[in-house]
Design a protein around this ligand. Structure first.
Ligand code: IMP
Length: 185
């Protein structure tokens, strides 16, 4: 558990900016416009997987020009890193009965794919009208479970990243950009 108290300690772990604030905003506006076109006339529920996706959700929902509802979920995957199987536990469930909605899962990053490869079938068992996944980031080189998001804003190499909702020990979620984390200082 890192315990960062000063601005210097905070900044020294920010190795380099990978995606700027402007690049994120442009991609979010584009994704919001595409979703608005694809789902016109359909009841949509944006499902944010906490905590990492809260910043992305707050920008994405304002880029969607359709009426939409929002709900939140906390899911955690428990798995042995050498195995491709694992378990996903829902630590906080949705309030909505999703059977009347087209569910759009809003995720910060798809890494191993373990969480969403289990969570999507779990939500489909509740008989929603449809389920799709929009992720801000995708790290396909890290995949240990077969999962592909429907919409990806940025594909990135295998770096541990922070900012725009993504954390390292709960810090850095408030950075307005995506940066590579420097663990070596
Ligand atoms: P999964 O490995 O695809 O199941 O991803 C699970 C979760 O791990 C993501 O939703 C993130 O919260 C977290 N995660 C994966 N890679 C990173 C990263 O580079 N930075 C911060 N969090 C990450």
């Amino acid at each position: 558990m890192c315990n960062i108290t000063t601005k210097d300690e905070f900044e020294k772990h920010i190795k380099r900016i990978l995606i700027t604030e402007q690049e994120i905003q442009e991609a979010v506006i584009k994704a919001g416009a595409e979703i608005s076109k694809e789902y016109e006339g359909k009841p949509i529920l944006l499902v944010s997987i906490l905590k990492g996706s809260f910043v992305f959700l707050s920008d994405l929902c304002r880029a969607i020009t359709l009426p939409c509802e929002m709900d939140f979920m906390i899911a955690k995957s428990y798995y042995n890193s050498t195995e491709s199987s694992g378990e996903v536990k829902i630590l906080m469930d949705l309030e909505h009965d999703i059977s009347q909605y087209h569910v759009i899962i809003v995720e910060d990053i798809v890494d191993t794919g373990q969480t969403l490869s289990k969570l999507v079938p779990m939500l489909k068992e509740r008989n929603p009208l449809s389920v799709s996944v929009v992720t801000l980031l995708d790290k396909p080189s890290r995949r240990t479970a077969p999962f592909n998001p429907d919409k990806t804003l940025f594909t990135i190499p295998d770096h541990f990243v922070i900012g725009y909702g993504l954390d390292c020990s709960e810090y850095y979620r408030n950075l307005p950009y995506i940066a590579e984390y420097n663990a070596e200082v």
